[in-house]
Structure formats: structure tokens, C-alpha cells
Ligand binder design. Structure first.
Ligand SMILES: Cc1ncc(COP(=O)(O)O)c(C=O)c1O
Length: 444
């Protein structure tokens, strides 16, 4: 058989540099390689395997559904599709709403925007999103994203998307001094952007409510402010919960942290929806939007919308989060994670900031100088020393994810406390040599 490195186009990398081991199985927070190693997964792969790898109930549900019915289009009903929609509306407290199923996060975001424009009767309505955000890699999703990797590939304005500065408190684009002020300033910029053109020109604001894959954790006042300013201006608010949903931020959906009064008009889901056991995304629309769409033709579709195998996986995933108390577990372990990272920060000046920890998602931001906050490397570059740290961790059996100067910690919600503690101890041991590399660099 030809090696995968020679035949497959792999994502987000130079093909000639792809040299990953083959994974043959997994259990809990561990992945197994074909050369017999067991690797502790500290990122849930792409922040998606929230239930851990090879969750037995999800596997059984897929098996049972496959034996019964693999596929019908959404021109026909399918039991697991109906059940999953019902569960999602229940868990999100958006009863009276409706669910549109997609294949992943990018197409969920695209459809959320379509629905917002249709329901608002503003087919060319502008959409506001953030710099330093990621919403997917299809063309419209790249336009929505404020991501350095994809920004040059698309003309966002042609998709009627406007980007605004993010509520990035550690490096606040508004030069504020507190996280709260940064949240206020970021929200005020969105209001001003709408007001300068007239709010009726806008269909939606689409943002991650709490934590994002680009490493920003919004200050606590940001989402409620966003809800208020969109509501008063009659513009829809779409929560991208693709990464932050299903316990990642300590709630079923991250916006729930801010209470039902701050519910979005729509939310996009994927990843944890099946714990990545099968590809599936969704747009959940709240009741008022559902009512507006009720009597209009929905001129969109995906062959695999609401695929029964994926929906069966989704139902079993939700039942497993619930039965195993994983949402609450993520909240409790997230606090443990944050405390442990703060202890590491007290020991290592190379850690400029730690944030997150509302659930099992936290960010460590590395700096050259804690006083000046000089980044380890210019964003979005990965410092060679950090690359080495990741390699050494992997050799020691732990897989960490990094973006630029950020180490993103997002282990499966089933990770054992001992495993989490061991991984963080390893990280602590590896940060010392990284700091030493920097000192050598600076003295030479
Ligand atoms: C917040 C967010 N939105 C959307 C996406 C895109 O999802 P997908 O890769 O399933 O298209 C991602 C993927 O990383 C994400 O993190």
C-alpha cells in the first residue's frame, strides 16, 4: 500500500512536511498508534472528541442504526433525526425552535447566515464577525473568519462580511486597562459599525460566545452587551458554538453561562455534537426565527442533511454527556486546570497569560518578556522552541496543540484527574528548557 504521506492532501500543512503516525484505535483520552504507543490527547484532536475516543455507547448506536437504516434524505423522516432535533432544542432551552442539520461547522455557519438573511428579509444584509476568529474553510466561512491563514484567500466584503476588532483583553485592540473595559469597547465598536451605516443594512452578528479556537476568551460582559445591542437594533445574533458547545466551556452551550435572557437567535454546532464519532453539524434556530421561516420555502439543501447514522451518533452522544455528568465534570475540571496553569505561570515568566477554564478549555499565552508582553514569536508564527516542546511532549506520550504563541488545552471531558495532572507536570518540565532557549537566543 502506498504511504498516506504520498497520496492524501492533508489539511493546514505543507504536504512535504506531513509525517504523522497512523492511529489505529483509542480509548478515553488516549489514542493508540500503529507502532504500539499510547498518546494522551490534550486537545481532543481538533477540540472535537469531547467524549473521548471510541465511546462504547456511541459506537453501539451507530452499529444499531447501520443495521436498521443507513440513509434517507431529508425528504423523508428518520427517527434519530427527529430525536436529535428534540434533544438539541431541549438542551438549549430553545423550545419551539427548529434544527437544520449540516455535515460540519463551516456549512452550519453558512446556513445560519442564510437563515438570518431570509428571516430578516435582508438578502444582502451585512454580517459582522471578529478579527482573530475561525468559522470554517469553505469560501463563505473563510469570509466570516478573521483568520490569518485564510484571510488572503477571500474578499470578505464580496460576501458582505465586516470584521471588527476582538475583545482580546490581554492585548486589547482598544488599549483598555481592564478586561471589562475591553469587552465594553469591543461591543461599542460593533454598535457604532451598525449605527454608522444604519442597522437595517445588517442581517446578523456571528461570534463565538466565550472561547474560540484562535485563543481569545471574551470578557464576561461581552456577550450580554452583544445580545443587548443586537436586540435593540433588530439584528440577529448567531452563536458559533462549533467548538465551545457540548461541555467545552462548562455548559451544554457556552452562551448559557450568561443566562437564557442572553440566548442567541441561532447557534451553529458541530464537533462535540457527535463527539466526532461521525460528521455532523447543525443550526438551531430559536422560536421567533422558526416562525418566520415556517411559511417560506427554504431554498437550500445538503444531500446528507440529517444523515441517520450521524444523528444516531448525536443522540447517543447527548445521552452519554448527560448520563456521565460530563458537562458538570468539565466545569469542575476546568477550574482545576486553570488553577494548575496559574501555578505554572507563577513559576515560569515565559507564561504571559492564562485564560479560560470555564470548562476543559484553557489557553496559555507565551511571551518573551512578561512586563512588555512581547510575544514569543510574531503572530501567527510558531517559535521553533515551541515546536520542539510539542515534539518532546509527543515523544513522552502527550499530544498538546499550539497556535502561534498559544498552547490550547482542551482534553476530552472524560480525562482522568491523574492524567490531567501528569500532562500539566510534563508541560511544566518542558517550559524550563524553552525559557532557556530564549535566554540563549537573546544573549547571542
Ligand atoms: C469555532 C469554529 N467554527 C467553525 C469551525 C469549522 O468547523 P468544520 O471544520 O467542521 O467545518 C471550527 C473548526 O475548527 C471552529 O472551531
Amino acid at each position: 500500500m502506498l504511504a498516506e504521506a504520498q497520496t492524501v492532501l492533508h489539511t493546514w500543512c505543507r504536504q512535504s512536511e506531513w509525517a504523522a503516525p497512523t492511529i489505529t484505535g483509542g480509548r478515553g483520552a488516549h489514542l493508540f498508534t500503529d507502532d504500539g504507543r499510547s498518546i494522551l490527547d490534550m486537545s481532543s484532536l481538533a477540540e472535537c472528541s469531547n467524549l473521548g475516543h471510541q465511546h462504547p455507547q456511541v459506537i453501539e448506536a451507530i452499529r444499531a442504526q447501520a443495521a436498521k437504516l443507513c440513509f434517507v434524505t431529508s425528504a423523508w423522516g428518520a427517527e434519530p433525526r427527529a430525536r436529535l432535533a428534540e434533544l438539541l432544542l431541549e438542551k438549549s432551552d430553545l423550545s419551539g425552535g427548529r434544527v437544520f442539520f449540516t455535515l460540519g461547522g463551516a456549512d452550519a455557519n453558512e446556513h445560519a447566515v442564510k437563515f438570518a438573511r431570509q428571516a430578516a428579509a435582508r438578502p444582502a444584509g451585512w454580517v459582522i464577525t471578529r478579527d482573530r476568529s475561525y468559522h470554517g474553510a469553505s469560501y463563505a466561512a473563510m469570509a466570516l473568519s478573521g483568520d490569518s491563514r485564510t484571510a488572503q484567500q477571500v474578499d470578505a466584503a464580496a460576501y458582505r462580511v465586516i470584521h471588527v476588532p476582538p475583545p482580546y483583553a490581554y492585548r486589547c485592540p482598544f488599549k483598555t486597562r481592564s478586561a471589562e473595559d475591553c469587552g465594553t469597547a469591543a461591543a461599542a465598536r460593533i454598535a457604532a459599525t451598525m449605527d454608522s451605516q444604519g442597522a437595517q443594512q445588517f442581517a446578523a452578528v456571528l461570534m463565538e460566545p466565550n472561547a474560540g479556537t484562535n485563543g481569545i476568551v471574551a470578557p464576561e460582559n461581552f456577550w450580554p452587551a452583544l445580545r443587548e445591542l443586537t436586540r435593540t437594533r433588530g439584528v440577529y445574533l448567531i452563536a458559533d458554538e462549533v467548538m465551545s458547545g457540548f461541555g467545552r466551556c462548562g455548559e451544554w452551550f457556552a452562551w448559557q453561562r450568561y443566562g437564557l435572557e442572553n440566548a442567541p437567535d441561532m447557534m451553529s454546532l458541530a464537533k462535540g455534537l457527535t463527539g466526532a464519532h461521525a460528521p455532523l453539524g447543525a443550526v438551531v434556530v430559536a422560536a421567533p426565527v422558526a416562525r418566520l421561516l415556517e411559511e417560506q420555502a427554504l431554498l437550500t439543501g445538503l444531500t446528507y442533511s440529517g444523515h441517520p447514522l450521524s444523528c444516531a451518533a448525536g443522540v447517543a452522544a447527548i445521552e452519554s454527556y448527560q448520563r456521565e455528568g460530563l458537562i458538570e465534570r468539565s466545569r469542575a475540571l476546568g477550574a482545576t486546570l486553570l488553577r494548575a496553569l496559574q501555578e505554572l505561570q507563577a513559576q515560569h515568566t515565559i507564561i504571559g497569560d492564562v485564560r479560560g477554564g470555564h470548562g476543559l478549555f484553557a489557553v496559555v499565552e507565551l511571551v518573551r518578556n512578561r512586563d512588555t508582553r512581547e510575544p514569543l514569536a510574531p503572530w501567527p508564527q510558531l517559535h521553533p522552541g515551541l515546536r520542539r516542546l510539542l515534539k518532546e511532549a509527543l515523544d513522552a506520550g502527550v499530544s498538546f496543540a499550539a497556535r502561534g504563541n498559544l498552547i490550547l488545552l482542551a482534553p476530552p471531558l472524560v480525562i482522568a484527574e491523574r492524567e490531567l495532572a501528569d500532562a500539566l507536570n510534563l508541560l511544566g518540565r518542558l517550559l524550563g528548557p524553552l525559557a532557556q532557549t530564549l535566554r540563549t537566543e537573546e544573549s547571542s
